[in-house]
Design a protein around this ligand. Structure first.
Ligand code: TXA
Ligand code: MG
Length: 307
C-alpha cells in the first residue's frame, strides 16, 4: 500500500517499524526497504522480500553522527571529517562494528531526506535499508517503482521522486588510504577534497575479488537486454528496441538523457523502468564518456549490461 508521507503516514510507518515490520521509504538517493536494524526477524524479512543473498550486508541508516559512532568500534578522524562535510547526504561509511554488535564491519549513513529523518526520529530506531527492489533489478526512484518490484511490501511511504536517483557512494574508512567500494551519488571529486588519496575499485571487478559484497557483476539490471555501445545506430538486436542516448545526439525515437552526469544519473533508473514497462526487449545505450565524473553512471550501466 502506498501512503503519503505526511505526519500521519510517518507515524503509521514508525509504528509498523517498531512492531518489527518492513516499510519502504524515500531517501535522497533511492527508496529504501527499511526495518529495525537490530531485530533479526525484521532484517530477515528484508532479505526474504528482496530475495537478497544472505552474504550481502545492509546499510544502517541513523539520524546523526552520534548515533553512527555508537555502532562503531573505531571512529577514525577521517570518518569525522567526512561526516562533518557530507552528512546528512549520499555517503555511506564502512567502519569496524562495535563489540556489542559482533565482529567485522558495518556500513552506516545519515540520509538527507526529510521523510527519512522524520521516520528515524519517530521510530527511535536505526534502520537497515537496502534499495527497495528485488535483488539484481533496478533501484526504485519512486513509490510506484517499489510496489511494482516488491508487491508484498506492507507499506511504501510516498515522498515523491528521489533527488539523486542513484545510490550512495560507499567508502571503507577502516584502511588508510580509504577505499571506494561503490561509486555513487557523491562525486569522487568532492570526496577527494576531504580524503586526499583514495583507492579506486577496478571497474566492474567480478567474482572472488569483489571489493564490496554487493558489487557482483550483474546488478541494477532491467528486464530488457541492455547493450552498451559507442555507435547506437550500428547495433541490430531483438525487437522491440529502444535507444538510450544523450540530448546532444539526434536519434529519432530515442530515450534522451542529459549530458550532465548528475542529471543523467537522476533520470537513468526512471528511464529503464519506463522502457521495461513499454515491453522493450533490447535497450541500446550509448557509452558514457570515460571520465571520472561519469564513474557511477558507467558502473551502473556496465553492470546492467553484464549477463
Ligand atoms: O543510497 C543508498 O545507499 C541506498 C539507500 C536506500 O540508502 N541503499 C542501498 O543499499 O543502495 P544496498 O543494500 O542496495 O547497497 C548497499 C551496498 C552493497 O553493495 C553492500 O554490499 C554494501 O553497500 N555494504 C553494506 N555493508 C557493507 C560492509 N560492511 N562492508 C562493505 N560493503 C558493505
Ligand atoms: Mg541495491
Amino acid at each position: 500500500m502506498i501512503i503519503t508521507a505526511d505526519a500521519g503516514g510517518i507515524r503509521r510507518a514508525a509504528d509498523l517499524l517498531r512492531a518489527g515490520q518492513v516499510v519502504a521509504f524515500p531517501t535522497e538517493t533511492v527508496y529504501g526497504l527499511g526495518a529495525d536494524a537490530f531485530s533479526e526477524r525484521a532484517v530477515a524479512e528484508i532479505y526474504r522480500l528482496k530475495n537478497r543473498p544472505s552474504w550481502n550486508p545492509l546499510i544502517v541508516h541513523v539520524a546523526d553522527v552520534t548515533a553512527a559512532r555508537a555502532l562503531a568500534k573505531q571512529w577514525p578522524d577521517l570518518a569525522n571529517e567526512l561526516a562533518a562535510q557530507f552528512w546528512p547526504g549520499p555517503l555511506t561509511l564502512v567502519v569496524e562494528r562495535a563489540g556489542h554488535l559482533g565482529t567485522g564491519t558495518i556500513a552506516v549513513r545519515v540520509p538527507a531526506h526529510d521523510v527519512a529523518l522524520k521516520l528515524l526520529d519517530a521510530s527511535g530506531l536505526a534502520l537497515a535499508a537496502p534499495s527497495a527492489n528485488r535483488s539484481e533489478s533496478i533501484s526504485p526512484t519512486t513509490a510506484q517503482h517499489v510496489l511494482r518490484s516488491l508487491p508484498d511490501v506492507p507499506m511504501v511511504l510516498d515522498g515523491g521522486p528521489t533527488r539523486w536517483g542513484i545510490e550512495s557512494t560507499v567508502v571503507d574508512v577502516t584502511v588508510d588510504p580509504p577505499r571506494l567500494l561503490r561509486p555513487g551519488a557523491l562525486p569522487l571529486r568532492d570526496l577527494r577534497q576531504v580524503t586526499g588519496s583514495i583507492t579506486l575499485p577496478d571497474e566492474v571487478a567480478d567474482g572472488a575479488e569483489r571489493s564490496s559484497p554487493g558489487m557482483s557483476k550483474r546488478h541494477y539490471a532491467p528486464r530488457a537486454r541492455l547493450i552498451l555501445t559507442d555507435d547506437v545506430s550500428s547495433v541490430s538486436a531483438p525487437e522491440p528496441v529502444a535507444v538510450l542516448t544523450y540530448e546532444t545526439e539526434d536519434v529519432p525515437g530515442a530515450e534522451i538523457l542529459s549530458v550532465d552526469p548528475r542529471e543523467y544519473a537522476a533520470d537513468l533508473y526512471a528511464a529503464l523502468h519506463r522502457l521495461d514497462d513499454r515491453g522493450v526487449r533490447t535497450i541500446i545505450a550509448k557509452n558514457p564518456p570515460p571520465t571520472e565524473e561519469w564513474l557511477a553512471v558507467r558502473d551502473r550501466l556496465t553492470r546492467a549490461a553484464a549477463s
